[in-house]
Write a protein of this length. Structure first.
Ligand code: SF4
Lengths: 209, 476
């Protein structure tokens, strides 16, 4: 996961409430074998409407999305975060998020920024013409016009984002502990590791009747 | 080491803690990881994108099952037949490429060892007592039948296990489900587990790991125990476990991936220490009288909607809880059933004998025992889908395939098949299926499909009578 300390640039001034995971990525995209490429399916139903915000050239490739209450409600599909990441979104600003979505967002390097409704309303206005900056160092959202909205993040998750540590990366940092456990395991329960799992199982293609 | 009596679950948990964290969660080592084509592609892609490898490929075993058609896989010349559904073919192809790239042991679709992951694991001796075992699939709970702590995980966790061979987990609560006494005539493991879910409810085990105990469980074969543990998840539990015993060891001995020689002896010695200590405490306990369990089946769209075959469709008003009442009405509308109807008068158009719950050799023997000398009723399509190529081979060696085909059943290639209708085996809308699978959710066997969960013998009885039938009337 790439480290995020600052997300700055154009923002989609959307503000829609209760955007569910079906809106973010419709179910028929779930049969995919990829995590990437889901940007194509992101907000498919919204994009079907002429003049929608996501196809407006002014906001093309924006790294920030501004939305209303309860963003990411619905199913637990991780595809929603994958789709946003794939379309280049690195931060979503909203008055509230579904728990599961914000967990998935963190796992995929997307910052869910919770701000008051007033702050969100103001940012929607600004974003129509000017850039927005989310800064994890100072924990603020700022605009070129003196706006300065502080926000909060779980300290552990903030650190993960800033150091680019996904959970896999964090656990990989425990390599010494895991290796030590494996040594012990090999002594106490030698049948768990070693040759055995490869024995007899290769790619077997012998025809069956 | 503490002297506080511990449960089976606690012993397996304690033996796998790599590190305890401040918030009470633990970094847990994972001994065995099963992989199939549906939930793994994004995990492998994540590894690739981050330039990571699989930490312990030899602790991983991949096998395709969900998408595979259950029709012939090779033509008369031994050439592999293409898979018609483009997306299925793509998922299966992705698994093949990923295991090759990451060096993961793999059983190919054309191998006799191929089958449903949860049938293959125990059959190959990949599943072992006292191991931690995961798979991106909720019915991973099945492997707990051998005394493993086994549960389903999501795609990010699949990636986490591939990369680190660990998971960050919080301990579960424990629940004992004890089934006393002896089972009646015509009553099987499937009836027992359906009765358990009927009793505790589909969310009854939420947050818990269930340990199944008692005389009935002890007397079940390992295959019967697999049926029980498989459906723990349908009772809402994180996992289901059964203490390993002599039957478990006898089942495992000589399996291709089971330990051998000195390792075997050492393993058995450790496995013997795993059963729950006398005086170990569970957070909850439920007791059932095995002798009171009749052949049962489901009437609704939740696995908890259980009724004895001698019973009638319940009236929604009979449920005290208003939300349950509403759910029952919805279920009945979907199922096309009216309150008071005798279950035995309900006609079926499809019979499915298969799935990771009931597709092992004993299941096929039980079904064949009912089918022999009889014929599938007019208007019924009945299929038997063995759980693995080896089960299929064994059944053919015993002549069960002929019993089935002579009785008018289809005899097919192994896979998940009509359990979830991800391959072409589907129940058409509005039609009714007597199924040995584990989920009767709305649309599970195809859009609009109506599912009744029951045992293999009961499924065979439905096939030959053309209705839901009491298998006891067809036996002996
Ligand atoms: S047989 Fe059914 S329940 Fe079992 S793994 Fe396959 S789809 Fe899942």
């Amino acid at each position: 996961m790439e480290a995020v300390t600052r997300v700055s640039g154009v923002a989609y001034p959307w503000g829609a409430k209760n955007v569910d995971t079906d809106v973010i990525i419709p179910a028929h995209w779930l049969k995919t074998i990829k995590r990437s490429g889901l940007g194509q399916g992101a907000f498919e139903t919204v994009r079907a409407q002429p003049g929608n915000i996501f196809d407006d050239p002014r906001y093309a490739g924006a790294p920030i999305l501004i939305a209303g209450d309860n963003f990411g409600c619905g199913s637990s599909r991780e595809h929603a975060a994958w789709a946003l990441g794939d379309m280049g979104v690195r931060a979503v600003i909203a008055p509230s998020f579904s728990d599961i979505f914000s967990g998935n967002a963190f796992k995929n390097g997307i910052v869910p920024v919770v701000l008051s409704q007033e702050a969100v309303d103001r940012l929607v206005e600004v974003a129509k013409t000017d850039p927005v900056t989310v800064d994890l160092e100072t924990m603020t959202v700022t605009t070129p016009f003196q706006d300065r909205f502080p926000f909060e993040l779980d300290a552990f998750r903030r650190r993960c984002l800033m150091e680019g540590l996904d959970e896999v990366g964090l656990t990989l940092a425990k390599d010494t502990a895991i290796s030590k456990f494996e040594e012990l395991l090999d002594e106490e329960r030698p049948w768990i590791m070693g040759e055995r799992a490869d024995a007899g199982i290769a790619v077997e293609g012998a025809g069956r009747t | 080491m503490s002297t506080i009596p511990r449960t089976l679950y606690e012993k397996v948990w304690d033996a796998h803690v790599v590190e305890r964290r401040d918030d009470g969660s633990c970094l847990i080592y994972i001994d065995r990881h099963l992989v199939h084509e549906v939930t793994s592609p994004q995990a492998f892609e994540g590894l690739r994108a981050a330039g990571r490898r699989v930490r312990r490929p030899e602790l991983t075993l991949a096998v395709p099952d969900h998408n595979l058609p259950t029709t012939a896989r090779i033509d008369a010349n031994g050439q592999e037949l293409p898979i018609a559904d483009r997306e299925s073919a793509e998922q299966l192809g992705a698994l093949r490429r990923n295991v090759a790239e990451f060096g993961v042991p793999y059983i190919d679709a054309l191998s006799a060892r191929q089958g449903i992951v949860h049938v293959v694991g125990p059959e190959q001796g990949f599943t072992l007592p006292g191991t931690t075992m995961v798979c991106g699939d909720s019915h991973t709970s099945a492997h707990g039948a051998l005394g493993a702590l086994a549960f389903g995980i999501g795609t990010s966790e699949v990636e986490h296990v591939l990369a680190t061979q660990t998971l960050i987990l919080s301990p579960s609560k424990t629940m004992e489900v004890r089934v006393d006494g002896t089972l009646g005539y015509g009553v099987s493991a499937k009836d027992v587990v359906l009765a358990i879910i009927g009793r505790i409810g589909a969310a009854g085990g939420t947050g818990h790991v269930i340990e199944f105990t008692g005389e009935v469980i002890r007397h079940l074969s390992v295959e019967g125990r697999l049926t029980i543990a498989n459906m723990s998840i349908e009772g809402g539990a994180r996992a289901g476990m059964i203490a390993p015993d002599e039957a478990t060891f006898a089942y495992l001995k000589g399996r291709p991936l089971a330990p051998t020689g000195a390792d075997w002896d050492k393993a058995v010695a450790w496995w013997r220490t795993l059963p729950s200590d006398a005086g170990a405490r569970y957070d909850r306990s439920v007791v059932l009288d095995g002798s009171a369990i009749a052949p049962v089946l489901t009437w609704g769209t939740s696995p908890e909607d259980v009724v004895p075959i001698t019973g009638v469709v319940p009236a929604p008003e009979s449920f005290a809880d208003p939300s349950k009442r509403e759910a029952a009405q919805k279920s009945l509308d979907y199922m096309g059933l009216a309150p008071g109807m005798r279950m035995q008068d309900v006609p079926v158009q499809h019979v499915f004998i298969g799935s990771c719950t009931n597709s092992r050799i004993e299941d096929l023997r039980a079904a064949a025992g009912v089918a022999i000398g009889r014929h599938v009723a007019d208007g019924v399509r009945a299929m038997v889908v063995p759980g693995s190529g080896l089960v299929k081979r064994q059944a053919e060696a015993e002549g069960l395939d002929r019993v089935f085909t002579e009785a008018g059943f289809e005899w097919r290639e192994p896979g998940c098949s009509m359990c979830l209708a991800m391959n072409p085996d589907k129940v058409p809308p509005g039609e009714r299926c007597a199924s040995t699978s584990n989920r009767n959710f709305v649309g599970r066997q195809g859009p609009g499909a109506r599912t009744h969960l029951l045992s293999p013998a009961m499924a065979a009885a439905a096939a030959v009578t053309g209705r839901l039938a009491d298998v006891r009337e067809l036996m002996g």
